[in-house]
Structures are given as structure tokens and as C-alpha cells.
Design a binder for this molecule. Structure first.
Ligand code: 5RP
Length: 222
């Protein structure tokens, strides 16, 4: 069973003609976007808002029309993956480095749908190092502040140089072992000068499509 494909394709059921759709980033939502591309070829009329340059490129290749923020009031549905997901539907995101645009788009969506294979389900968030987007200036000092909050910050590297997000920023990946106060940590991190945003998505997911006991499972926030 290709779990990513199963959950990714299932999410398409929530997309209706005429909708503005937030298009997430990663290998799970890839299947959603591929499916949407096929439906667009068959006549579905939607407009996409991509969460990364990578997704923008994919959408263009598939012929999914894109729309900019100044042309819309809100997004009808945003669909995206997750790196960790707890039973309260709180998430760690940003493994692919797109967390800032992903959060902006999720926050603008009437309905935010998360597609996650079974490996993403955890009892407590924090095993996956939390991605934190920081401005390059003074990032060493920003990292020290993150350490004071209990993190073990590590600058994300790519090909021997610091990884750059689509926004030109750095990512600090920081393990926190167990994140029991996700809302508090999300806020405390964002108060550090130099932090742009972090990958904790608290109380944002409306619907989660995942795999439990080898079966598709759709969880709706109550
Ligand atoms: C990118 C993300 C992705 O949604 C997350 O990393 C999950 O990716 P995948 O579906 O490839 O496992 O947050 O910034």
C-alpha cells in the first residue's frame, strides 16, 4: 500500500468546482496535486495558491491555473502534508523548508486539510526536529535563544552551505524531545528576534486524512 498516494488522492474529494485551493509542499500532497492536475485536464475549474516555488512549478506543468493574493479574499481549502501529527491534530511541519508560506496559506483557508501517512502519527510532538525559519543576520544569537527554550538548534545545510528558504531565510532545526505545551512554545519561539516563524501548527488543521490500522481514516476537528 502506498500510504502517501492513498491519503493524498483522498483529499481531492474536498475540492469542488470554482474553489481557490492552497497547494501544499512535499511527497504526500504531490499525489493530491497530480490528481488535481488530471481533474483540471478533464474540466475542473479551480485556482491554486502554491506554498513553494517547487509546488508552483509542478502546478504550472500540470496546467493548474494559479492566482495571487491580491485577486482573492480567502482560500476555500488548503491541502498539505505534515512531519508529525498528534491526537489533538497539532502538527510539526517544515521538513521541506516551506513552513512559512504553508502557515500563511493554511491560516487563509476556510478549511485546512492535512494528508499524513501512518509514520507521521505520534503521541507527543517533538521527536522530529522542529524547523524554525530565521533571518540570516545574527542567526547564531537566534540559535542561542532557541537553546534557552530547551531546544538543540542545528543550522540546516545543503551542499555545504546554509539552506535557503524560498524567502531567502535560513532554517534552524531544533529538537525539543517532547513538546507538551505546543501553543506556548510556538509563541515563545516567535517572540525571539530573528525568528520569522516556526513549524508548530497548533489548532489549525480542520481535517486530517491518515492511515490507521492499515485503513484510510478521516478525522474532523470537533
Ligand atoms: C514541507 C512540509 C511537508 O508538508 C512535510 O515535510 C511532509 O512532507 P512529506 O509529505 O514529503 O512527508 O512541511 O515544508
Amino acid at each position: 500500500m502506498n500510504e502517501k498516494k492513498e491519503v493524498g488522492e483522498k483529499a481531492v474529494e474536498y475540492v469542488k468546482d470554482g474553489m481557490v485551493v492552497g497547494l501544499g509542499t512535499g511527497s504526500t500532497v504531490f499525489y493530491t496535486i497530480m490528481e488535481l492536475g488530471q481533474l483540471v485536464q478533464q474540466g475542473l475549474s479551480i485556482k491554486g495558491v502554491p506554498t513553494s516555488e517547487q509546488t508552483k512549478q509542478l502546478a504550472i506543468e500540470l496546467g493548474i491555473p494559479l492566482v495571487s493574493f491580491n485577486e482573492i479574499e480567502q482560500i476555500d481549502v488548503a491541502i498539505d502534508g505534515a512531519d508529525e501529527l498528534d491526537s489533538e491534530l497539532n502538527l510539526i511541519k517544515g521538513g521541506g523548508g516551506a513552513l512559512l508560506r504553508e502557515k500563511i496559506i493554511a491560516a487563509a483557508a476556510k478549511t485546512f486539510i492535512v494528508v499524513a501517512d501512518s509514520s507521521k502519527n505520534v503521541d507527543t510532538l517533538g521527536t522530529f526536529p522542529l524547523p524554525i525559519e530565521v533571518v540570516p543576520f545574527g542567526y547564531e544569537m537566534t540559535a542561542k535563544h532557541i537553546r534557552k527554550l530547551g531546544g538543540s538548534p542545528k543550522l540546516r545545510m545543503k551542499d555545504g552551505t546554509p539552506y535557503r528558504t524560498d524567502n531567502g531565510n535560513y532554517i534552524i532545526d531544533s529538537s525539543f524531545q517532547e513538546i507538551t505545551q505546543s501553543r506556548e512554545l510556538e509563541k515563545s519561539l516567535n517572540l525571539i528576534p530573528g525568528v520569522v516563524d516556526n513549524g508548530l501548527f497548533v489548532d489549525m488543521a480542520d481535517i486530517v486524512i491518515t492511515i490507521k490500522d492499515k485503513k484510510l481514516s478521516t478525522i474532523v476537528r470537533s
